[in-house]
Design a protein around this ligand. Structure first.
Ligand code: RAM
Length: 355
């Protein structure tokens, strides 16, 4: 939970967030929307120099993780004079991360920052790494809580789900109709949490006219996601909208819809990066989509790991630490640290962002 963070409740605050995210657009890193003060707690502790901090994304070569790790994470590690690295599989399969964790552990890495492809599959390896002395930070997609020290969550699952359902509802319009979800991998902790919460949200009376008819998995591979989007339309001729809560999936679905007769007729929303979605917002394929600043996510995760490895926090609820230019953060229930709220991108603001 953000201690000093701005809660987005009004247009003026939204404008401030827009400007703050825009300000970070150039280098893709840090947006300080906070104003200072906050609980001092033990956040005044000093980060050790020379910490080895390794990022292990779901998959390398995904623009989302390029930004979270190689921009946000790296700039944080440079700030506290540590040694940054990123390693990981090219495919987001459940056990693909195990061998990377073992290697990082053997290399006596101080902090492993990992986005889990599966909540169970990497637990054994992470527990061994912990025993060998590493601090474990999950970010983006969590493991079982006992396998890590803290989880840096981009936004609450509930907040993400509410925003996704509102976006598809607004795009489809009052008549409602059939909708489908194009997800990433079937085991991804973050995707599954969001899908569950979306189902809860859809059960509310205000969404009675929206009917979820299918959930398919593109495995965060561009071609597979494209084909799954195509398959949804073939299978459900009355489909009115697709939600794809993955940056890879939503961009692939947009490409498919944009080149088809469904463009502008079948609505699309999801979680995407502005750079991957810009053309499809401009050509009318997608009215609006959401995300957070991935660079801030990586930046916060690096600082959380450094705070753990320096003994500033242990990961228990109520611990607090300073995350560089993002300000002070507090560890919440279950060892969760929340970056902020999802942000909506649309034609009127998308040109202010570059990531
Ligand atoms: C993809 C990954 C990632 C998710 C984003 C929104 O890049 O699936 O885990 O958080 O999309």
């Amino acid at each position: 939970m953000r201690i000093t963070g701005v809660r987005v409740v009004a247009a003026t605050v939204l404008a401030a967030l827009t400007l703050a995210m825009g300000a970070c657009a150039e280098d893709g890193s840090g947006s300080d929307t906070g104003t200072g003060s906050g609980d001092a707690g033990n956040s005044t502790g000093t980060i050790k120099e020379g910490l080895k901090v390794a990022f292990l994304p779901k998959q390398v070569n995904n623009p989302y993780f390029e930004t979270s790790d190689n921009k946000g994470g790296k700039s944080a590690v440079e700030e506290f004079k540590g040694n940054y690295s990123q390693t990981g599989p090219s495919e987001a399969s459940p056990s693909a991360q195990v061998s990377y964790i073992n290697t990082l552990s053997q290399q006596q890495t101080d902090v492993i920052v990992v986005s889990a492809n599966d909540k169970d599959a990497i637990c054994g390896a992470l527990t061994e790494a912990k025993t060998a002395g590493a601090k474990i930070v999950t970010y983006d997609s969590d493991t079982k809580p006992e396998c890590r020290d803290v989880f840096v969550n981009q936004a609450t699952a509930d907040g993400i789900a509410k925003s996704q359902i509102k976006l598809i509802s607004d795009a489809v319009g009052p008549e409602g109709g059939e909708i489908a979800i194009l997800s990433a991998t079937a085991n991804a902790t973050n995707q599954n949490a969001w899908i569950e919460m979306m189902k809860t949200e859809l059960a509310k009376p205000e969404y009675a006219k929206l009917k979820l008819v299918d959930t398919v998995y593109g495995d965060d591979q561009d071609e597979k996601s494209f084909q799954e989007a195509q398959g949804l339309l073939a299978k459900h001729p009355n489909l009115k909208g697709i939600i794809s809560p993955t940056t890879v999936g939503v961009a692939a679905a947009a490409r498919y819809l944009s080149g088809s007769s469904y463009k502008g007729k079948v609505q699309l929303t999801g979680l995407g990066t502005p750079n991957q979605m810009r053309a499809f917002v401009k050509d009318g394929t997608c009215k609006a989509f959401a995300l957070w600043n991935p660079a801030d996510l990586g930046y916060l995760a690096a600082y959380a790991g450094a705070a753990l490895a320096s003994g500033i926090i242990t990961g228990k609820e109520g611990d607090s630490f300073k995350a560089g230019k993002l300000g002070d953060y507090k560890v919440g229930a279950g060892g969760e640290i929340v970056l902020g709220d999802p942000f909506t991108f649309e034609a009127s603001n998308i040109d202010q962002f570059d990531f």
